[in-house]
Structure formats: structure tokens, C-alpha cells
Design a protein around this ligand. Structure first.
Ligand code: GTB
Length: 218
């Protein structure tokens, strides 16, 4: 049975590769694994069939030979453990890379998502302007610590790992905001990730979904 992912039928990011199926696609491309995609509508995500795969009614999900997984970080970790190439062989370096995977999704991502969600959903709210400096401050603090730790290195560990894949995926959510542009090391880090052929293939695949949708509904 082929690997099957779920992704948005109509991605709200209009093909910018910001939804989390992008990280799973990228990991599969890095590892040279073929996969199929099941596109789901917002309504279908909340139906029992999808909830059986993803208890919160979200994408992405991953199916492989009777195993069904959810959580993009857990899926990337599963792939990185099962196939060589996305985690160092050395046990200590491997453990550090896994720590960075957790840091991407549980320390760096939350303030970025909070900031992004406020911009997406709360622009008209009376508290929007008053809350922005606090949200931006939280993101800036994380970015400054991350940039300090990355220093002049290309990647978080020695060589590209699943940690960089998740971290670059998380940082891309910031677009070209000043919070990011004032961190040239992080801009260069994202550019290195995006330049990888596997990223380009994954990006093109999710972009094709948006373009097919846009052409179909034009
Ligand atoms: N922790 C889970 C994971 O990592 O897999 C989070 C999954 C998640 O948030 N999925 C989102 C979803 O299904 C899509 S990626 N949302 C629908 C719902 O909850 O009903 C988040 C996302 C959505 C939209 C944009 N965008 O438009 O730019 C970017 C990222």
C-alpha cells in the first residue's frame, strides 16, 4: 500500500506551502519515498472518517501499511527513525537533533502561531492593535535566541536534519515580517532550506493542488 497523506483540498494559504502537510511532503521527498495525497475539505475533516485518523479534525495525517499517524512533528520523526538520512547516526547528535525537533514545534512555533492567528482572525477586534506589540515581542525573543544558537552554522546540528526541516517550516509562517528580516542569519537559514531540491519538489506538489483548484473554479 502506498503512503497516503491528507492535505487541504482548498489551502487557505493559496499555495504558499504554509500548512503542515508541507513538512511531511518535504520529509518524504528528502527520503525519496513515493506518496499519494488525499485532499480533504474543511467539512470532511470534521466527519467521523477523518476524525478516526486525526482526533482534532485537522491535516496532515499519514497512512502506511496499517499504521495511521497524526501530528506533523510525530510523522516526520517516524520517517526519520525508519529511514536513514534525516537524523545523525551518532547517538548524542541524534538525541540533540530530536530535542531541536521538539523545540521547533513546542517552543518556537506557539508564539509564531499566536501572532499569525491574531493577524488572520482578530484584525477587526478592538484589542488587536493593543495586543500586537506583546505578541511580536514574544516572537522576537524566540528568534533572537534561535539566531544566537545557530550562529554562523548552516544547520542546527552537523548537517541538515529533521530538526532543520521542522524549524524552517515553522519560521516560514512569518513570511517577510520585520521580526524575521531583522534576523539575517535566520533569513539565510530559511533560504538554505528552501533551496534544497526536496523542498522544491514538495513545494511544487502542494502548489499544484492550489493551481488546479484555482483553474477549476476560475
Ligand atoms: N499540531 C498539529 C500538527 O502539527 O499536525 C496541528 C495541525 C494543524 O494545525 N492543522 C491545520 C488544520 O488542519 C492546518 S496546518 N486546520 C484546520 C482546522 O483546524 O480546522 C495550519 C495552517 C493553516 C493555515 C495556514 N495558512 O493559511 O497560512 C497555515 C497553517
Amino acid at each position: 500500500m502506498p503512503i497516503i497523506l491528507t492535505a487541504f483540498e482548498a489551502a487557505p494559504d493559496r499555495g504558499r506551502g504554509l500548512a503542515r502537510d508541507m513538512q511531511v511532503r518535504w520529509a518524504l521527498e528528502e527520503l525519496g519515498l513515493a506518496y499519494d495525497v488525499r485532499l480533504v475539505s474543511f467539512a470532511a475533516m470534521k466527519q467521523a472518517e477523518h476524525l478516526a485518523r486525526q482526533p482534532f479534525g485537522q491535516i496532515p495525517t499519514y497512512e502506511e501499511d496499517g499504521l495511521t499517524l497524526f501530528e506533523s512533528g510525530a510523522i516526520v520523526h517516524h520517517l526519520a527513525e525508519r529511514h536513514a538520512g534525516l537524523l545523525p547516526e551518532d547517538p548524542a547528535a541524534r538525541a540533540r537533533a530530536i530535542a531541536w525537533m521538539f523545540a521547533a514545534v513546542s517552543t518556537v512555533e506557539p508564539p509564531i502561531v499566536e501572532w499569525a492567528m491574531a493577524r488572520m482572525l482578530e484584525r477587526e477586534a478592538p484589542w488587536f492593535a493593543a495586543r500586537q506589540p506583546m505578541l511580536e515581542d514574544r516572537v522576537r525573543t524566540r528568534l533572537a535566541h534561535l539566531a544566537d544558537r545557530l550562529g554562523e552554522a548552516d544547520w542546527l546540528e552537523v548537517g541538515f536534519t529533521a530538526a532543520d526541516l521542522l524549524m524552517v517550516g515553522v519560521l516560514r509562517r512569518l513570511g517577510r515580517s520585520t521580526m524575521l528580516t531583522e534576523q539575517p542569519r535566520l533569513l539565510a537559514y530559511i533560504a538554505r532550506g528552501e533551496a534544497r531540491p526536496a523542498f522544491q519538489r514538495a513545494f511544487a506538489a502542494q502548489r499544484a493542488v492550489f493551481e488546479a483548484q484555482a483553474n477549476g473554479s476560475a
